[in-house]
Write a protein that binds this ligand. Structure first.
Ligand code: MN3
Length: 187
């Protein structure tokens, strides 16, 4: 059984950049929904229930075809959001230069992701940092890549506070990046 992780800070902790209502709905409704639907998808596969969601996403092709898309979508949603909460903090520490250098490219990827999805800084198997974006809840893990930084650009992540102003949301989001977590992920 997968469960919703607690937020590492109160809903209001990221204000004024990200409002408390958005955080509350995003965490308790959207993320909870991915968790519930992931559990439903693997309900008849006990062998999969003991795996981490990351391991499921890294090897989607090994899953029964009937549940592959559901695990990609809802498992991706669970993994992406679990990381996303940790990638934000009211006290994020010192920006990490090699990631900051990719800021313009990262914002460009977030702005040009049509519809719903994510922009990422990832580390490839050779340890090289790159910017990419994924549609829907697709995870970089499914492409053999390690996410280092990721911003949710689904409208549910910003619409209450920023309406259609995705650019304003992304700039505000950059103010609450948890660089301590980024540093840990960089290894
Ligand atoms: Mn979301």
């Amino acid at each position: 059984m997968f469960t919703l992780p607690q937020l590492p800070y109160p809903h209001s902790a990221l204000e004024p950049h990200i409002d408390a209502k958005t955080m509350e709905i995003h965490h308790t409704k959207h993320h909870q929904g991915y968790v519930d639907n992931l559990n439903k998808a693997i309900a008849d596969n006990p062998d999969l229930q003991t795996k981490s969601v990351e391991d499921l996403l890294k090897d989607l092709n090994s899953l029964p075809e009937a549940i592959r898309t559901a695990v990609k979508n809802h498992g991706g949603g669970h993994a992406n959001h679990s990381l996303f909460w940790q990638l934000m903090s009211p006290q994020g520490g010192k920006p990490i230069s090699p990631v900051v250098e990719l800021k313009d490219q990262f914002i460009q990827a977030a702005m040009t992701r049509f519809g719903s999805g994510w922009a990422w800084v990832i580390k490839d198997s050779a340890g090289k940092l790159e910017v990419m974006s994924t549609a829907n809840q697709d995870s970089p893990l499914s492409e053999g890549l390690t996410p280092i930084l990721g911003v949710d650009v689904w409208e549910h992540a910003y619409y209450l506070q920023y309406q259609n102003r995705r650019a304003d949301y992304i700039q505000a989001w950059w103010q609450v990046v948890n660089w301590n977590k980024v540093s840990q992920l960089l290894g």
